[in-house]
Design a protein around this ligand. Structure first.
Ligand SMILES: Nc1ncnc2c1ncn2[C@@H]1O[C@H](COP(=O)(O)OP(=O)(O)O)[C@@H](O)[C@H]1O
Ligand SMILES: [Mg+2]
Length: 268
């Protein structure tokens, strides 16, 4: 099942934007090391949305963290635009770091509560284009707010003065500030009400088209995945159990674990 699907990707001919082969990840423990992601392979073509799905603890966030080097890659290969990046140190990885942006699942903890929305956006903008000053910086902040459909009036507000949906948009705008190629969204809508979820998913779809973004979309919620994903990788306890197009997955789930996930999904 996995072999057939990965051949599909390879036979397409173009180099994937991101390709992970036999990825091994884990965490240090007092007695050594605990492996939590076991030889996982998947790839994403430019402009595509790939979803990682699986229950809590299946290793989704661990993969997201490894892609931006918040944790080291212990085994396997990570290629970005054809270049091997798994073994690169922090400074060698820096040029790639801007191209891969992570949108965390918990905007509440990812946003410094002492900074206003405007200041939170100025930070990555200055990192990206250090020369921005005064009116140019100010209009870039407004443009970013508008691009995630937040009113420029919100720039003076602190995260605590924003709703959950607005905080998630602000976090998205921060990621967009450095003009990434790949956006890794870790449960971006899980904490939101269903109607707010739908608006955010629509916004992501629009941004993807208008900014030629590629998305790695992480979710435990298959109803959400069905709306956004082109390809889906199903993870169970850190192992990849099914990798196929979203259409095929929902029409013909092969692995018993995928079927269990689908049965637990209310819209299915
Ligand atoms: N910082 C950490 N230290 C040790 N173990 C961790 C850490 N973060 C996650 N884990 C473990 O790694 C496994 C995968 O977790 P995670 O990637 O967060 O799963 P998911 O995002 O799919 O819910 C779980 O068993 C979890 O307990
Ligand atoms: Mg997670």
């Amino acid at each position: 099942m996995l072999d057939d699907a990965s051949q599909d990707t390879v036979s397409n001919g173009d180099v994937p934007l991101l390709s992970c082969q036999d990825l091994v990840l884990g965490y240090p423990t007092p007695s050594g090391w605990k492996e939590v992601v076991h030889r996982v392979s998947f790839s994403i073509r430019k402009g595509e949305t790939v979803a990682l799905v699986g229950e809590s603890g299946s290793g989704k966030s661990t993969i997201a963290k490894a892609l931006v080097k918040l944790i080291p890659v212990r085994g396997g290969s990570v290629r970005f635009g054809g270049e091997e990046v798994a073994a690169l140190g922090t400074s060698a990885f820096r040029p790639f770091r801007k191209k891969i942006q992570l949108v965390f699942q918990d905007p509440w903890h990812a946003l410094n509560p002492r900074l206003t929305a405007g200041q939170l956006l100025a930070e990555p903008l200055l990192l990206h284009a250090g020369g921005l000053r005064g009116p140019a910086l100010s209009s870039s902040i407004d443009n970013l707010l508008e691009s995630v459909r937040l009113s420029p009036d919100l720039r003076r507000r602190y995260p605590s003065q924003l709703s959950g949906g607005q905080r998630q948009r602000l976090l998205l705008a921060r990621a967009l500030a450095v003009e990434p190629e790949l956006l890794v969204c870790d449960e971006p809508v899980s904490a939101l009400d269903v109607s707010i979820q739908a608006q955010l998913l629509e916004l992501l779809g629009e941004l993807k088209r208008s900014r030629a973004l590629t998305l790695l979309f992480i979710s435990h919620d298959l109803a959400v995945v069905q709306q956004v994903a082109d390809q889906v990788l199903v993870l169970q306890d850190g192992k990849a159990v099914e990798w196929k197009s979203s259409r095929e997955l929902f029409r013909n789930p092969e692995h018993p674990y995928t079927r269990t996930l689908l049965e637990a999904c209310p819209v299915w």
